[in-house]
Design a protein around this ligand. Structure first.
Ligand SMILES: [Fe+2]
Ligand SMILES: [Fe+2]
Length: 207
C-alpha cells in the first residue's frame, strides 16, 4: 500500500468512528451497553447458524418409518434457525458490530459441538431428539437474555429478540412432545420455512 492510499484508508476509518450514529447514541442514553449487546447478538447468530448446519445433518439420519415424522419437525425447526440467523444480522451492523472474518472462528464461538451425530449409532432417534431439545432450550436462554438486555431500552432489537424467542419456545414444545408426549398444541407449520413470528425480519429468505 502506498503512502497516499494508507492516508486515505486512515481517514476513512477515522471518519467511520467519528460519525454521529443517533441510533446508537440514544441506546447509550437509554442505559444500553452497546458493546455487550453486540457481543450477545454475534454469539446468538453463531449458535443459530451452527444449529442450522447440525440440524441438517441430524435430520438426514432420522431414518426408517419412525424417522420420517421426525424429519418433518426438524425441517421446520432448522429452517427457522436459518431465519433467526438472518433476523439478527441487521441489528449487529446497525449497532456498529460485525461478524468474525474467519468462518471457523464464527462456528467455534457457538459451542454447539454437542449437536454432532450420536455415537456409536448416528441414527438413534431418541438421542437425536434429545440433542435437538438441548439446542432449543439453549436458544431460549440466549434470546431471553437479549430480551432482558433490551426491554424498555432498545425497541428495535427487542422486537427481533422476542419474535425469535417465541419460535424457540415453540420448537422446545415440539421436541418435548416427540420425546415425552407432552402436548405442544400446533406441532406443525403450514409449510416448511413459514417462520410465523420472524418472517418479517428475514425477508431475504423469501423466494
Ligand atoms: Fe433458532
Ligand atoms: Fe429453534
Amino acid at each position: 500500500m502506498n503512502l497516499m492510499s494508507k492516508e486515505n484508508t486512515d481517514r476513512a476509518e477515522k471518519s467511520i468512528e467519528q460519525i454521529n450514529v443517533v441510533g446508537v447514541k440514544v441506546l447509550e442514553q437509554n442505559g444500553i451497553n452497546v458493546e455487550e449487546l453486540v457481543k450477545a447478538l454475534v454469539y446468538n447468530a453463531s449458535v443459530e447458524f451452527a444449529a442450522y448446519y447440525y440440524f441438517t445433518n441430524l435430520r438426514m439420519h432420522c431414518t426408517g418409518t419412525e424417522g420420517e415424522s421426525i424429519k418433518g419437525i426438524i425441517e421446520d425447526a432448522r429452517l427457522e434457525d436459518l431465519s433467526h440467523f438472518e433476523s439478527c444480522l441487521s441489528r449487529i451492523y446497525e449497532l456498529g458490530g460485525r461478524l468474525p472474518n474467519d468462518a471457523e472462528e464464527f462456528i467455534r464461538i457457538s459451542g454447539t459441538e454437542f449437536l454432532q451425530l450420536p455415537s456409536p449409532d448416528p441414527t438413534n432417534l431418541k438421542e437425536i431428539l434429545e440433542k435437538c431439545l438441548k439446542a432449543e432450550q439453549g436458544a431460549i436462554v440466549n434470546w431471553n437474555k437479549v430480551c432482558n438486555m433490551t426491554i424498555g431500552k432498545d425497541p428495535a432489537t427487542y422486537d427481533v429478540a422476542k419474535d425469535i424467542l417465541r419460535e424457540e419456545i415453540e420448537h422446545e414444545a415440539w421436541f418435548l412432545e416427540m420425546l415425552y408426549k407432552r402436548p405442544s398444541a400446533h406441532i406443525r407449520r403450514k409449510y416448511p420455512g413459514e417462520r410465523p413470528h420472524t418472517h418479517k425480519h428475514s425477508r431475504s429468505l423469501d423466494i
